[in-house]
Write a protein that binds this ligand. Structure first.
Ligand code: C2O
Length: 548
């Protein structure tokens, strides 16, 4: 049961205010499941806002109506209404999460979704940890986020930067006006090993994560096991998860765990400062009057793309019997630019033509198509009822409309792409193998875009900086043990190549997991056709599916 309603909370010396939260908790409740389980969640919307919940990273095979993105797979659950999400956990172990998939509400409506092996902890492909701890990175605004979102929508600007980053909902005591009560504490026993399940639920900020005097062995990302990877820093973009073992092998005492932003975009505003959220790792028995303040880890600079790239590109999959392996032949190849730009109309005008308005407004796009959600019915219903007309079009391009120098530093307005707002999908035949090159652009600013695909994991074959060059890149493809993910952080001013098999019929959102970019149109949808049998076709909608 998930009751979405009001929670009164006070942080950063602000008067108590009402936020939207699940079961009165921030973060919301953790859902525990085992591989093979069916998860049933009754959403009871007692908030004043339209609501949907997305089960981030769950394949939703056979249950496309439970995926959750508003207007893609369902109409919103209205205030005072309910909807039941029901899905299976199949072939996935590790850490996922859930979040609101409407407006900016995921700022406070989110929680962990922990998938354990059928055989319990004994069945992990690594030594059984003494304990486990969930570490959710987030962002906190002193304002009502729904109002911020409305304002953003009307002005065409992204919502302003957050007031603080958080760990498990708390900013930590390094912020002004924040103290031990607003600092999460994690107790450890000397010489025991802990599994940290780290989730980046922040809306717009990739993070470096460290614990002073401790290092990690990464064993999984996005609920897929990895070859054990030793590191003293975890790099995690919004939407991603990292499972890391941490040995409590330091001298008994107190240590900060700290998360600070990374991205090499324009270093301005709080989002790009070294503002750091902290929690405390406390060795049992070490806290007393005399205890010195916790030790703070040294954080990489916000523009340390080298450290980010090293972590993200060094990960490989742990190849296990029965696990999917990378498909070697490809049916559909796509080259897709992801980035910012300017568009011809205000977001509030929704669909409009390509006549430039003055002034042009900030926008985001994939292959120059700036995505807008339909308003009358969900895309999945339109697909199911063969009624795409007026809801979406099947002309998402496989190439950008103009080839230009995507990543050079010189600003060149001649190649600045003006985008048009549209609702374009790419239709895929059931079981097609898709290879997609995701190319960041320098339009407005180079940035690492965390690209998330619903309904699937994909293999990340290679990634690099600069403009994609097919011959050089192809020579670097990892076709043996590429990491499996649901969210890839396309390198800043660079590219990533992914592959997946379209064996899950339905309408699957693909988008930048920066909320600011998603709302400006950095998104598209895959329409995956039915297979030959009832099991491989979109089932009829559940009876309680909300109507628009
Ligand atoms: Cu975690 Cu479409 O999002």
């Amino acid at each position: 049961m998930g009751q979405v309603g009001n929670l009164s909370i006070s942080q950063l010396c602000q008067p108590a205010r009402i936020i939207t939260a699940v079961n009165g908790q921030l973060p919301g409740p953790t859902i525990h499941a085992r591989e093979g389980d069916t998860v049933v969640v009754h959403l009871v919307n007692e908030s004043p806002y339209n609501m949907t919940i997305h089960w981030h990273g769950i394949f939703q095979r056979g249950t496309p109506w439970a995926d959750g993105p508003a207007m893609v797979t369902q109409c919103p659950v209205k205030p005072g209404s309910t909807y039941t999400y029901r899905f299976n956990v199949t072939g996935q172990e590790g850490t996922l999460w859930w979040h609101a998939h409407i407006s900016l509400l995921r700022a406070t409506v989110y929680g962990a979704l922990l998938l354990r092996p059928r055989g319990g902890a004994m069945a992990y492909p690594f030594p059984e940890p003494h304990g486990e701890e969930t570490v959710i990175l987030g962002e906190w605004w002193n304002d009502n986020v729904y109002d911020l979102d409305q304002m953003a929508f009307l002005t065409g600007n992204p919502a302003r930067n957050a007031d603080a980053y958080t760990i498990n909902g708390k900013p930590g005591d390094l912020y002004n006006c924040s103290d031990a009560n607003q600092t999460y504490k994690f107790q450890v026993q000397s010489n025991e090993t802990y599994l940290l399940r780290i989730i980046n639920a922040a809306l717009n900020t990739p993070m470096f994560f460290k614990v002073a005097n401790h290092s990690f062995t990464v064993v999984g990302v996005d609920a897929a096991y990895t070859t054990p990877y030793d590191t003293d820093v975890v790099v995690i973009a919004p939407g991603q998860t990292v499972d890391a073992l941490m040995a409590a092998g330091a001298a008994a005492g107190r240590y900060y765990m700290a998360a600070s932003p990374y991205d090499s975009a324009v270093p301005q505003g709080p989002a790009f400062s070294m503002t750091t959220t902290t929690a405390v790792v406390e060795y049992v028995g070490s806290a007393g009057e005399e205890t010195p303040p916790p030790l703070l880890p040294e954080r990489p600079d916000y523009n340390d793309t080298g450290t980010a790239f090293r972590f993200l590109s060094n990960l490989t999959a742990l190849v296990l019997p029965g696990k999917p392996t990378v498909p070697l032949s490809v049916d559909t190849r796509m080259f897709v630019t992801v980035g910012l730009g300017v568009s011809d109309c205000q977001p509030s005008q929704l669909l409009c033509n390509t006549t430039m308005s003055t002034p042009p407004v900030f926008s985001s796009s994939m292959n120059n198509a700036s995505f807008v959600l339909p308003t009358t019915t969900s895309m999945l219903e339109a697909h199911y009822r063969n009624a795409a007309a007026g809801v979406y079009t099947r002309d998402f391009p496989d190439q950008p409309p103009v080839i230009f120098d995507y990543t050079a530093d010189a600003s060149d307005n001649a190649t600045l792409q003006f985008t048009a707002k549209s609702t374009k999908v790419r239709t895929l035949r059931y079981n097609d193998t898709v290879e997609m090159v995701l190319q960041d652009t320098r339009l407005i600013a180079k940035e690492s875009h965390p690209m998330h695909l619903h309904g699937y994991n994909f293999f990340v074959l290679a990634q690099g900086f600069g403009n994609y060059d097919d011959a050089t890149a192809r020579a670097q493809f990892n076709l043996v043990n590429p990491q499996e993910r649901n969210t890839v952080a396309v390198p800043t001013g660079g590219w990533a190549v992914i592959r997946f098999i379209a064996n899950n019929p339905g309408m699957w959102f693909m988008h930048c997991h920066f909320d600011a970019h998603l709302h400006l149109g950095l998104a598209m949808v895959f329409e995956v056709q039915d297979g030959p049998t009832a099991e491989t076709s979109v089932p009829p909608p559940p009876l309680d599916l909300p109507q628009c």
